[in-house]
Design a protein around this ligand. Structure first.
Ligand code: NAP
Length: 264
């Protein structure tokens, strides 16, 4: 039997790398997405090869439909039709709403919301044409209660969560499942844009006094993609040590950091 194929956007980033590795260990052929002309692609592929992983790279800008379509066509032609899509590519451009530029708003919405829409359009139309089952996992964030300095990101993630819940019912008769995974504070290069002091505050504000790592998210993606996840559909699974349940994802004192930064 041929191996199942998983396409992970942002597959060469912190969380993405771990998702690719866990899916590959489970027997998937894994396509790792990256932006066009990625500076890290060749080095990342070589590093993964040294660790025993043979990934296929796919270059494409998820915030541009033509680029997404071209990348998808290439994967299907050169690898195989995909079985699992993980929409993990994402950006943040933190700042208070009052000073948020149109460019920053559009960049985050285009990548974190529209990018997911483009990818799901490409996947779903192929699954429907081939009469194949499929599964989408959208990596969002633990922003259900909102998050200061991240209006664009929260709006984009809320859009993805409710888009996913809607498609879960639309697609269910065709055996296509769709779920969201919402990470809390996960130690990756992407998150390390915050100074150590800010990271420590996130740590102290967590009820478990922990920060997660990429593996915590990857294991959940693996579970949802396995037969054990076959009856889970339209769900949002928050992985943040209970931080959002506590009332806020934004620790006391954090706005000071932005004040110092001139943003507040
Ligand atoms: P990361 O290391 O910065 O990785 C993000 C990846 O997204 C990069 O590999 C990047 O591709 C890709 N990407 C960004 N814009 C793209 C575009 N327009 N087209 C194609 N690819 C694009 O981030 P991470 O920490 O692993 O986070 C992964 C996801 O989880 C993101 O959606 C992030 O917002 C979300 N998240 C993270 C945390 C956290 O604490 N780390 C918390 C909540 C949510 P290149 O390889 O080309 O740079």
């Amino acid at each position: 039997m041929s191996k199942k194929v998983a396409y992970v956007t942002g597959g060469m980033g912190g969380i993405g790398s771990s998702i690719c590795q866990q899916l590959a260990k489970d027997g998937f052929t894994v396509v790792a997405g990256c932006g066009p002309n990625s500076a890290r692609k060749d080095k990342w592929l070589a590093e993964q090869k040294a660790l025993g992983f043979d990934f296929v790279a796919s270059e494409g800008n998820v915030s541009d439909w033509n680029s997404t379509k071209a990348a998808f066509d290439k994967v299907v032609a050169e690898v195989a039709p995909i079985d699992v899509l993980v929409n993990n590519a994402g950006i943040t451009k933190d700042g208070v709403f009052r000073k948020m530029s149109v460019e920053d708003w559009m960049a985050v919405i285009d990548t974190n919301l529209n990018g997911t829409w483009w990818m799901m359009q490409e996947a779903a139309k192929r699954w429907r044409a081939d009469g194949k089952p499929g599964h989408v996992i959208n990596i969002v964030a633990n922003v259900e209660r909102g998050m200061p300095q991240a209006a664009h990101n929260c709006a984009a993630r809320a859009g993805v969560i409710y888009l996913s819940k809607t498609l879960a019912t639309e697609w269910a008769p065709h055996k296509i499942r769709i779920n969201c995974v919402g990470p809390g504070v996960i130690e990756t290069e992407g998150f390390n844009v915050y100074p150590e002091e800010a990271l420590q505050r996130f740590h102290n504000a967590n009820p478990m006094k922990m920060r997660g790592n990429a593996w915590d998210i990857a294991e959940q993606v693996l579970y949802l993609s396995s037969p054990a996840g076959r009856f889970i559909n339209g769900d949002l699974i928050i992985i943040d040590g209970g931080q959002a349940q506590w009332g806020t994802v934004w620790p006391a004192g954090m706005p000071d950091y932005f004040k110092e930064d001139g943003a507040a």
